[in-house]
Design a protein around this ligand. Structure first.
Ligand SMILES: Nc1ncnc2c1ncn2[C@@H]1O[C@H](COP(=O)(O)OP(=O)(O)OP(=O)(O)O)[C@@H](O)[C@H]1O
Ligand SMILES: [Mg+2]
Length: 894
């Protein structure tokens, strides 16, 4: 929220206030942190906002004009900054550019950085295992949206084109913390552009991503190309695959422009651009990513209960981020997957090597983010020491990788660079455990610089001298409590309590009177003070200079540092996959290009298995092939239908990210997309009608799935009345089977569908076994061949504590319903089979297959209307029974 400040007032302003206004004018949208000594002060409306958000005391700067003011201490600035930006504000930091002691008049100040949600790279704000992306969208009317995004903490820089229909998916996949968009005036630009901008705004609002509006001219392809060349230090953009894509150039340019504007300093960490090509990745839409709980749980959006939580056995945060990338972008190219899988397999087999590598990575820390900080000039002395410590581990990694057979591992070994010179220089320069504050000395090792050593000796010697002087003066004056003290105003002084006032010698010059003491100076004292203070100040300045030189030397190696960090991160992620595979007894899947194949023996759900404590997880097979592409799975509630569907999806996904899989054996034909439509019961509500959401997602699947896709449909049609639902489920199954030919697992409570599967050539029925034990049922969680004709809903209702009276009545009603319903599916199937037979071969336009509705329509218009209007929730069992009876009659049954 922009904080508006009043226009400058009539009264003559102080020069400082003029300086303040100048800075504020440059960043009107931001809260301005104005450095004044040990505080960052906020004024006017900014002060009110900060006081409200941070609970600070609101004071007044200028009593006369009542300028509201609130201050944040410099030392605690980071946490205040993080809180404000997290609350949705942007903060401009205005620093003193000169040492106040060294300048006459007012110190020079300027904004050195603007911090927004997508550029909040403070250590305190970053989550180690997650990236922080700021993303620019070019929405100029054209075919595709241009997207460019970057993580300032690591220098990751990517771009992608997205068709309008795919934009929501792309944004969800990337998950930016901030979106940068053109602020196009209503009167400018084409109507289409405005519609596209509105779409981006709408998506950002839906995902609650803060928007930053930028001048439209920053989204310009030609300038973008120039800025990109400059940033990447190249003469041509050909190798990056963006040269002929104006939307990508415009987005990259706008992003760079924004980052340069906010970071002020260099963007040295941004050195490479990668174009994301959807065709090279397994596509997971938003619903799938969400319902499979890959990186966020549906329950609370946290990491617990996610696949990532099971996989992430990384030693470093950079490794965790890499693993997360892989998980969200599984591969589709066999060779690329095999390269990774081969590396995991070698680490899986060679336990000793893995242990050695892991030990070398342990404690390496976040080299990638440290390198990013160094490049951006934000690193402290502790960061440089951490950098050296990380680099010192690199030789052990290189050694650990030597002799590896897997190409990917050998390649990593080649990319790891110990930068021994730099590590050595850091160690030689800085003390082991340097202070946080860079300007108070104590950074540089003794023996590194003779100048530092001399100044230190002088400062220390001067102090000794002062102590000796104190002793001497006590003796001379006979005042035992006489002491030498120091304050910033008077420097060194001799303090004597009033009780001994008479004994003060003549040569003492009085400087200050306190309540019960007087302070004096002597010429001798002043002389030494000059020496000591001078030396202390000088050594601090010198140490800071030595430090910044060192930091610049490190920044000059950013390219090598980031390359090394990337290799270490990859190795860490590979080791994590190997480790999970060993610990959880996963197997190496066999991958092939045959689209129909999906054979999993003794598959397990990696997350449910990890969570089960009291009972073992029951493994299950999944067997799909050219002759069996569709499985209709029936089974009671709580039996494990959804679990099996999800585990199958997760196994395919894991296989395509190069991982081992939770199964005894697996052979997997590569998928191009995984679609999931998981039942309303498993869904989180999103304010839309649940049935509507379900149908939108189903429509999307039917339109976009291919023969190579994997479809998991869980209780499609459940969200509406039984007949509507059954009719839709039936038609969807047929469509998938006949037209798409994708591998599909379809879980349903409509056991009528088993008749359908029985009649389809490449479909099969399976069910989840339960055993009845008297009146009880026992869930075996085992998938078996064949259908079921019972749904055990009443049993489950009993387990849930529904009163016996209701259960008895329900049983009665059910019996009658079942009796009357017999033959329903036979009729549907009969009609469909007849039509299908007539259509063989399908040379002519495909005949319309009669649906349940057609059957009814022919029979009775009124009845159909009644069916449509029937609300299942409000339907009493007896009414349901009567309805079915009427339907039967309408269908001509006796
Ligand atoms: N193979 C298995 N081994 C052990 N426990 C399992 C297995 N599959 C499922 N379970 C347990 O059963 C619970 C219910 O499973 P799931 O949600 O898959 O049932 P469902 O058949 O989809 O039920 P509903 O029809 O109500 O949606 C799970 O939370 C899990 O604890
Ligand atoms: Mg379920």
């Amino acid at each position: 929220m922009p904080a508006k400040n009043p226009p400058s007032e009539r009264v003559q302003e102080t020069p400082m206030m003029r300086q303040y206004r100048a800075a504020k004018r440059k960043h009107p949208q931001a809260l301005l942190f104005f450095r004044m000594g040990d505080f960052y002060e906020l004024f006017f409306d900014d002060a009110k906002v900060a006081a409200r958000e941070l609970g600070l005391a609101l004071t007044a700067r200028d009593k006369e004009r009542q300028v509201p003011m609130a201050g944040v201490p410099v030392r605690a600035m980071e946490s205040y900054l993080v809180r404000l930006v997290r609350a949705g504000h942007t903060v401009a930091i205005c620093e003193q550019l000169q040492d106040p002691r060294e300048c006459k008049g007012i110190v020079e100040r300027d904004v050195v950085r603007v911090v927004s949600p997508g550029t909040l790279v403070e250590d305190e704000a970053l989550v180690g295992s997650e990236p922080l992306f700021v993303l620019a969208v070019d929405a100029a009317a054209g075919a595709d949206f241009g997207l460019a995004w970057a993580d300032l903490s690591t220098g990751a820089f990517r771009c992608a084109a997205a068709a309008p229909a795919a934009l929501a998916e792309e944004l969800a996949r990337i998950g930016p913390a901030e979106i940068v968009l053109a602020d196009l005036h209503e009167a400018d630009g084409a109507a289409a552009t405005h519609r596209r901008l509105a779409l981006v705004r709408e998506l950002a609002a839906r995902e609650e991503i803060p928007l930053t509006l930028r001048p439209p001219w920053t989204f310009d392809a030609r300038n973008g190309a120039r800025d990109l060349c400059e940033q990447l230090g190249v003469a041509t953009l050909e190798p990056y695959g963006v040269a002929d894509r104006p939307e990508l150039l415009a987005a990259c340019g706008a992003l760079l422009d924004y980052l340069r504007d906010t970071q002020k300093g260099t963007l040295g960490q941004i050195r490479d651009l990668r174009r994301h090509e959807p065709a090279r990745h397994l596509i997971l839409d938003r619903a799938t990513r969400r319902t499979l709980e890959l990186v966020r749980s549906q329950q609370d959006g946290g990491r617990d209960g996610t696949l990532l939580a099971v996989l992430d056995r990384c030693e470093t945060p950079m490794g965790s981020r890499r693993l997360r990338d892989w998980l969200l972008e599984p591969l589709v190219e066999l060779s690329a997957i095999l390269a990774r899988q081969e590396a995991v397999a070698e680490l899986f087999e060679d336990h000793d090597r893995s242990e050695r590598l892991r030990a070398a990575l342990d404690g390496m820390g976040d080299l990638e983010r440290t390198a990013g900080k160094v490049a951006a000039g934000r690193a402290g002395a502790r960061d440089l020491v951490a950098l050296a410590a990380a680099l010192e581990r690199v030789p052990a990694l290189v050694a650990g990788l030597s002799g590896c057979a897997a190409g990917a591992l050998a390649d990593l070994g080649g990319r790891l660079d110990p930068l021994a010179d730099l590590a050595g220089r850091i160690r030689a320069t800085l003390v082991e455990d340097p202070p946080l504050n860079l300007k108070e000395g104590g950074l540089v090792r003794d023996g590194f610089s003779s100048e530092v050593d001399e100044l230190r000796a002088l400062a220390r010697g001067g102090k000794d001298y002062l102590l000796a002087l104190q002793e001497r003066e006590i003796e001379r004056t006979g005042i035992p409590s006489l002491k030498v003290g120091f304050n910033r105003v008077f420097g060194y002084y001799l303090e004597i309590t009033h009780a001994h006032r008479e004994r003060v010698p003549e040569d003492y010059v009085r400087k200050q009177t306190l309540k019960n003491a007087e302070r004096y100076i002597t010429p001798e004292l002043k002389e030494y003070e000059a020496k000591v203070l001078g030396a202390e100040e000088k050594v601090k300045a010198l140490e800071y200079e030595i430090f910044t030189e060192l930091r610049e030397a490190a920044a000059a190696e950013t390219g090598r540092l980031l390359a090394t960090a990337a290799a270490a991160a990859e190795l860490d992620a590979l080791l994590a996959l190997a480790r999970v595979a060993v610990e959880r007894r996963w197997c190496r899947p066999e991958l092939c290009e045959e689209p129909a194949v999906l054979e999993i023996e003794e598959g397990r759900h990696p997350v449910v298995e990890a969570a089960l404590r009291d009972e073992p997880f029951v493994p299950n097979d999944t067997r799909l092939g050219p002759d069996s592409r569709l499985v209709v799975l029936t089974g009671p509630n709580m039996s494990g239908k959804s679990t099996w569907l999800r585990q199958t999806a997760l196994i395919v996904l894991l296989a395509q990210m190069g991982s081992f899989v939770p199964a005894d054996r697996a052979r997997i034909g590569l998928a191009d997309r995984i679609f999931t439509r998981l039942g309303t019961g498993d869904d989180i509500s999103r304010g839309q009608s649940t049935f509507m959401v379900e149908m939108v997602e189903t429509a999307d699947i039917l339109r976009n799935a291919s023969e190579r896709s994997l479809l998991l449909l869980d209780e499609v049609g459940r969200g509406t009345s039984t007949f509507d639902g059954l009719a839709i489920a039936w038609a969807v199954c047929e469509y998938v089977h006949d037209r798409i030919g994708a591998r599909c697992l379809f879980a349903t409570h409509y056991h009528q569908l088993t008749d359908l599967a029985a009649g389809l050539e490449r479909a099969r029925n399976q069910n989840v076994a339960v055993r009845e034990w008297g009146d009880e049922i026992v869930f075996l969680h085992r998938i078996e061949e064949g259908g079921t004709d019972r749904s055990y809903g009443i049993h489950v209702a009993r387990l849930a504590g529904v009163p016996p009276e209701v259960l008895d009545r329900a049983r009665e009603v059910l019996e009658r319903l079942e009796r009357d319903e017999e033959g329903l599916s036979r009729r549907i199937l009969g009609a469909a089979a007849g039509a299908a037979a007539a259509a063989e071969p399908p040379a002519e336009p495909a005949p319309v297959q009669p649906s349940l509705f057609d059957l009814l329509e022919a029979a009775d218009e009124d009845l159909l209307e009644e069916l449509r209007r029937t609300e299942m929730d409000a339907l009493a069992p007896i009414e349901a029974w009567r309805l079915v009876e009427r339907i039967k009659r309408a269908l001509g049954a006796p």
